[in-house]
Ligand binder design. Structure first.
Ligand code: PHE
Length: 455
């Protein structure tokens, strides 16, 4: 078990360990699966610019706020609010986070299951010699089935639960530390292959040349949702992790470093995907299946592609695991600390419940594809509600809590580690937390919902 910290709680043991765990949470399917497909659906370069603006202006402040709440509260997402604002309704932000955690875990495990299936397909060399049409066909016939995708989803959920059961340090730190750098290396190799394909320039232009004519409130909301999803913020995952961070670690630095790493990896994934999309004559806006139809084409065009594809999908599955454990941990920490359920029981209960909801997400590509609410099937509905609505709303309330409810002296105490670190730009940070972030998030959220009308 991990070192004990304040009040005997588990703690991350080193600065490197925390960075890896927080980066492990942030870096996952959000960067490599979700980012490219949302960029593709949202028209490319203009989306990217808006996304980068949101990361800088809103993402980093919300992440820092979560760490502050968690480390000061020394509890799970809900308990930290109870502790810092006793007798107030702020704990409802934690409740919302737990709901969001369930939803995200449900659809996340669908895609993670697909990833596991692609590991086996890579090993079986199923993509060899296939045209891009045939590769599409393979994906279609797999993900619309009922049984196989469900099995993979369950296997993934079981792996997540198993890691959570082995505790904070041994479970999380160990896996994250060694493997993330390899994933980055793989992406660099794939990006190089992709941009040297014939016809690749068009993909780079799609990603990097902004065309604002395609931007509407839906695109802006999608950028906000993607920024929050990718940084793992807005639902208390980083409040929970923050409660495991030791008193001498520098929360500001961790927030900036994790956000930069997360963003670079998303862009790298974009550079690996889009040139290939155009080079192979595929469509950038084909949705959640994008990487599964594009990447096998790239591997086919690489010397050693057989081995690369196995390694890549294995690493992607591991990246997904280090994210899914941070989502499950939100629920498990709540159940154990607030309801006194044993860690074992809590993990099983949460994983089974999430797998149950997740099954509907998986089947919504197949037998349940005609079950829709306002044109979204179950998977799309959960993804939209959690990522684009609950996370921004959670983030909004989190910055309001830190900016307006907490005492500035407490915030300063937390970021300066009780005065031992020099805090630069404190007033700028407070201004962002009090005004810029809440107003910007509120405008994007409420405008896209039609609650207010900008222009
Ligand atoms: N950020 C993770 C990813 O990019 C997903 C995640 C969302 C994790 C919300 C925790 C909380 O894959």
């Amino acid at each position: 078990m991990a070192n004990s910290g304040v009040e005997g709680r588990d703690c991350f043991t080193s600065k490197f360990g925390i960075i890896c765990a927080a980066a492990g949470s942030a870096i996952g399917l959000g960067n490599i699966w979700r980012f490219p497909y949302v960029v593709g659906d949202s028209g490319g370069g203009a989306f990217l610019l808006i996304y980068l603006g949101f990361i800088l202006l809103l993402g980093i402040p919300v992440m820092l706020s979560e760490f502050i709440i968690g480390r000061r509260g020394q509890r799970n997402a809900l308990g930290s609010f109870k502790k810092l604002a006793p007798g107030k309704q702020w704990y409802l932000v934690g409740v919302m986070g737990i709901v969001a955690a369930f939803m995200i875990l449900a659809f996340y495990s669908t895609i993670a299951g697909w990833t596991l299936h692609y590991v086996t397909q890579s090993i079986a060399d199923s993509f060899a010699g296939k045209t891009s049409g045939e590769i599409n066909q393979l994906f279609d016939s797999f993900h619309t089935r009922s049984f196989l995708p469900l099995i993979w989803q369950l296997i993934f959920m079981a792996m997540t639960a198993w890691i959570i059961l082995s505790g904070v340090k041994r479970g999380i730190e160990k896996y994250a530390k060694v493997l993330m750098p390899f994933l980055v290396l793989m992406l660099i190799i794939m990006a190089v292959r992709s941009i040297t394909l014939e016809g690749a320039t068009e993909g780079l232009l799609f990603l990097f040349r902004p065309d604002f004519s395609a931007v509407d409130s839906g695109v802006i909301l999608a950028a906000l949702g993607q920024a929050f999803f990718s940084l793992s913020i807005g639902m208390g995952a980083l409040i929970t992790y923050g409660s495991y961070i030791k008193k001498h670690n520098n929360l500001g630095n961790i927030s900036v470093e994790v956000s930069i790493a997360d963003t670079l990896i998303a862009i790298l994934a974009g550079v690996a995907i889009f040139p290939a999309v155009f080079a192979f004559g595929l469509a950038p806006d084909e949705g959640p299946g994008l990487i599964f139809t594009v990447l096998p084409n790239i591997f086919q065009q690489m010397p050693g592609g057989y081995f690369f594809s196995i390694i890549f999908f294995v690493l992607l599955a591991i990246a997904a695991l280090t994210s899914s454990i941070s989502i499950l941990e939100v629920v498990v920490a709540y159940l154990t600390e607030e309801l006194n359920i044993t860690r074992h029981k809590a993990t099983l209960m949460a994983a089974i419940a999430a797998a149950f909801v997740g099954a509907f997400c998986t089947l919504s590509f197949g037998v349940l594809k005609d079950v829709t609410i306002s044109e979204l099937h179950i998977f799309g509905l959960l993804d939209f509600t959690a990522s684009n609505l609950l996370l921004p709303l959670g983030g909004l309330l989190i910055v309001i809590f830190v900016g307006w409810y907490m005492k500035p002296s407490d915030i300063k105490d937390e970021i300066s580690n009780s005065g031992t670190l020099k805090v630069r730009l404190f007033n700028v940070l407070m201004f962002i937390l009090k005004f810029i972030a809440p107003i910007a998030i509120a405008i994007v959220l409420f405008d896209s919902l039609g609650i207010i009308r900008v222009n």
